[in-house]
Design a binder for this molecule. Structure first.
Ligand code: LIP
Length: 279
């Protein structure tokens, strides 16, 4: 589904939505980074390795409260809590800690991801209009507004750098990001795909945070990324950052990205990679 430009929020509203997304994502990133308790209580979800920490829950509660306070009529969908319906056509889609296992192990690759989308993120036809991904350990943020480009923000210096995806088009010289699910049967299938990919590319990086992977593609620090099993909250902000940096983010048949498969990068490299990962 494509949204006509007259259905998009006006440029000023987009800027306000984008500023709100970055503000609340930075506040949540500060909470999880600086508020990390000595003992990190966890529970599990889809498998006994699919963990959620008390800080995932606290981060999402803070995001929900802040976004509802700022825009009470918008919808809200988060990884950890109940959906909230809205009446404006805009739904906030948040991952309170993307890269939870990295956070649990105190590894640096985790981020807070916040996006405002048109349409229902629980259905097949939705579109992000603003996105913010904040990596507190890297002290970096990546943002995008639909039709207005993407940028990296150095949170220490305030420097803002416009983003462009990398120009590598030769798969054999491409550095490819990917990730794996939490269920053993899914991981076995993903390993079979990896056997096809690994001999044909420069190398693979499994960094553990889809939102960060997608922003690194937009930043030219990964040449492409693919993963199956992503949820809307993993994907919503990062896919906009890639597309606003001149890249493409597609699904298994080349159309909209789906839970079945997401492939991101410059168009030529995605065209070469997609058939390999969707056999
Ligand atoms: C994670 C993703 C990552 C994937 C992990 C996990 P979470 O999200 O960002 O790409 O490989 O299995 O799904 O669960 O940390 O929010």
């Amino acid at each position: 589904m494509t949204w006509a430009t007259d259905q998009l929020p006006d440029p000023q509203t987009l800027r306000e939505l984008g500023a709100l997304a970055l503000r609340v994502a930075r506040a949540a990133a500060t909470l999880v980074h600086e508020g990390r308790p000595d003992r990190l209580d966890t529970s599990t979800k889809s498998s006994d390795t699919d963990v959620v920490t008390i800080m995932d829950t606290r981060s999402e509660a803070q995001l929900r409260t802040a976004l509802r306070a700022a825009r009470p009529a918008d919808g809200f969908v988060g990884e950890e809590g109940e959906d909230l319906a809205g009446t404006t056509g805009i739904t906030w889609v948040v991952d309170p800690i993307d890269g939870t296992v990295n956070y649990l192990y105190d590894l640096p690759m985790y981020a807070v991801s916040v996006a405002a989308v048109l349409g229902s993120p629980r259905g097949p036809a939705w579109r992000p209009v603003v996105g913010a991904v904040v990596s507190p350990v890297l002290n970096l943020a990546w943002t995008a507004l639909v039709g207005q480009g993407a940028a990296r923000h150095d949170l220490a210096t305030g420097a803002r750098t416009p983003l462009s995806v990398g120009t590598q088009t030769d798969l054999g010289h491409a550095l490819i990001g990917t990730g794996f699910g939490y269920r053993a049967d899914t991981r076995a299938e993903q390993a079979r795909t990896l056997v096809e990919v690994l001999p044909r590319v420069r190398d693979i990086r499994r960094l553990g945070s889809a939102a960060t992977d997608l922003c690194l593609v937009a930043d030219g620090r990964l040449d492409a990324y693919y993963e199956s099993g992503l949820k809307p909250w993993d994907l919503a902000a990062g896919r906009l950052v890639v597309s606003e940096a001149g890249g493409v983010v597609v699904g298994p048949a080349g159309g909209e990205p789906t839970e079945e498969m997401v492939v991101a990068g410059n168009a030529a490299l995605v065209a070469a990679l997609r058939p390999l990962v969707t056999r």
